[in-house]
Design a protein around this ligand. Sequence first.
Ligand code: AVJ
Length: 325
Amino acid sequence: MSSTLQATWLRDDDRRPPDNFILEVVQRGLAARPKRLPSWLFYDERGSELFVAICEQPEYYLTRCEIALMRAHGAEIAAALGPDVRLVEYGSGHAIKTDLLLEHLVSPVAYVPVEISPEPLRQSVQRLGERFPDVAMQPLCADFTRALRLPIAPRATRRTVIYFPGSTIGNFEAADAAVLLRKMRAEMGESGGILIGVDLKKDTALLEAAYNDAAGVTAEFTLNMLAHVNRAIGSDFDLRRFRHRARYNPMAGRIETCILSSEDQVVRVGRQQVRFRENEAMQVEYSCKYSLEDFAALAHRAGLAVREVWLDPERMFSVQYLVRA
Ligand code: AVJ
């Protein structure tokens, strides 16, 4: 995984990343050429809220398609997973799709959401705990790219299924995605599985619209990364002097989101003064798009096989069930 930028504090408790850790990550990212910041910095409390608002934008088809797909095929998906599952969700956020799975699973043992942002984690466990009182809620406030110490399950588990919806796998470059899938393969064990949402390649205009909504919510989400960093480490990024840009790179098959400096400027970050040139781009997110063949090949590299694929009627998005090859 992009080793210099991943989170390295140890947590299986309810604390957020320490601010000195964020300072270190930001300083390292700003020293890189081109400058880059890791996309997990989007997700402070405000960022998690803005992400929910993105999902409600008409252009952002991903969430709508995935929810439609879970509604149409939830029972079949649950049947593929089988009874007595321990469900571990990576990057669970507000866990808005999890209901659609839990309501069909037969006697699920435990739900283990793994989320970096403590407030959505608390709220989702509260909500799901009330709705599914027989399922043990075992939240982990952690970075899912790190080795996880999964809590002991409250009773015998038939299989551990890692649920990774939302096409968050798309935020990782191919090599990093394969490393992450390998880590999941180890964590789920012999009999485990991975239920993963994967966004599909499609017309460039549709892709670019999804990351440039007319209401400007995505732009606000992107710039909130700077506000988050300011709050965490007391830097002085002036949000009015930066703007959002998201473009599809057809060669790489991904949306590339940057923060552009609107002018020549100097930003104070800790004790350092960091210069930005006019129109300088700082890379903040990749959202990789796959064909079914591309993704099967990626799974294969990670020692996994695609057992089943579900698609929405327009074939915009996929949910795939992976097992050990
Ligand atoms: C939830 C990470 C998959 O890349 O589509 C949405 C985040 N960024 N709009 C994505 C996001 C800009 C989203 N993921």
